[in-house]
Ligand binder design. Structure first.
Ligand code: ADP
Ligand code: MG
Length: 227
C-alpha cells in the first residue's frame, strides 16, 4: 500500500512517451520506420515489461528513454524534462544523475576490473572513493560475484558479465532503470534470483524491462507489446 504522500506512489510518471514515432534514416532512399505512435508511462516503483518480436523496436525505445536517441515526432519526458528541449550535454547530465541502462551486450569497460566497472558511475556521481568501492563490492557480492571483483570482463563468462552490468546499474539506485534482456545470459534459477534482487534494490525506481521471456514479463506489473 502507498499513501498519497509516498514518493514512490504510482502518480507522476518518471518516464513518459507520448505519441512517439521514430525512423532510422537509411543511406539510400529507404528509411526504417520503427515506432508509430507509442505512448507509455512508467511511474516510480513501477515495473513495465516491453515485449515484441526481434526488430520491433524494443532497444530503440530504451535508447529514446535514455536520451541517446531523440525523437523528432512526439514527446519523451524523463523526470519532468522533455528530452527534445535539452542539449546533448544536458541529456548526458540527466542520464548520469537519474538513468541506468543495462545493455543487452553489457558494455563493460574492457580495461577495468568488475569492481572498477561498478564503482565508476558512483565516482562520476561524486560519491567518495572509499564509499563507492564499498558499495560496488557489496553490489557484486549481492549478484554472487564477490569472488570475481578483480577480474576483467574478458575473464568473466557471459552470465557473469551480465551480472556485473546489473550490479553497475542497481548500485546507483537510479530514478529510471532501463534493462535490455537483463537476464538473457542467465540460467533459470539465477534469472529469478537476479530479477528479484533487481526489483528489491530498485524498489523505488521506475523500471522498463525488455524481455522475450514470459516468466520475466509475468514478474512485471504491466506489459507493453510493440508490433
Ligand atoms: P529490437 O530491440 O526489438 O530487436 P531494435 O530497436 O534494435 O529492435 O531495431 C528496430 C529496427 O530498427 C530493426 O529493424 C533494426 O534493424 C533497425 N535499426 C536498429 N538500429 C538501427 C540503426 N542504427 N540504423 C538503421 N536501422 C536500425
Ligand atoms: Mg534489441
Amino acid at each position: 500500500m502507498t499513501s498519497p504522500s509516498d514518493p514512490t506512489a504510482h502518480t507522476t510518471p518518471v518516464l513518459s512517451f507520448d505519441d512517439v514515432h521514430y525512423s532510422y534514416p537509411k543511406r539510400r532512399k529507404e528509411i526504417v520506420r520503427v515506432l508509430r505512435g507509442l505512448s507509455v508511462d512508467v511511474a516510480a516503483g513501477e515495473r513495465v515489461a516491453l515485449i515484441g518480436r526481434s526488430g520491433s523496436g524494443k532497444s530503440t525505445v530504451l535508447s529514446l528513454a535514455s536520451g541517446r536517441l531523440v525523437t523528432p515526432v512526439g514527446t519523451v519526458t524523463v523526470v519532468g524534462h522533455d528530452l527534445a528541449t535539452l542539449t546533448a550535454d544536458e541529456r548526458a547530465g540527466l542520464r548520469l544523475q537519474h538513468v541506468a541502462h543495462v545493455h543487452q551486450d553489457f558494455r563493460l569497460m574492457p580495461r577495468y576490473s568488475a569492481l572498477e566497472n561498478v564503482e565508476l558511475p558512483l565516482r562520476l556521481q561524486g560519491v567518495a572513493p572509499a564509499v563507492a568501492r564499498e558499495r560496488a563490492r557489496e553490489a557484486l557480492e549481492r549478484v554472487g560475484l564477490g569472488h570475481r571483483v578483480g577480474h576483467r570482463p574478458k575473464h568473466l563468462s557471459g552470465g557473469e558479465q551480465q551480472r556485473v552490468a546489473i550490479a553497475r546499474a542497481v548500485v546507483r539506485q537510479p530514478t529510471l532503470l532501463l534493462a535490455d534482456e537483463p537476464t538473457g545470459a542467465l540460467d533459470v534459477e539465477l534469472r529469478d534470483e537476479i530479477l528479484q534482487l533487481m526489483f528489491t534494490l530498485c524498489a523505488a525506481s521506475a523500471i522498463l524491462l525488455v524481455t522475450h521471456d514470459p516468466a520475466v514479463a509475468d514478474a512485471a506489473d504491466r506489459t507493453v507489446r510493440l508490433s
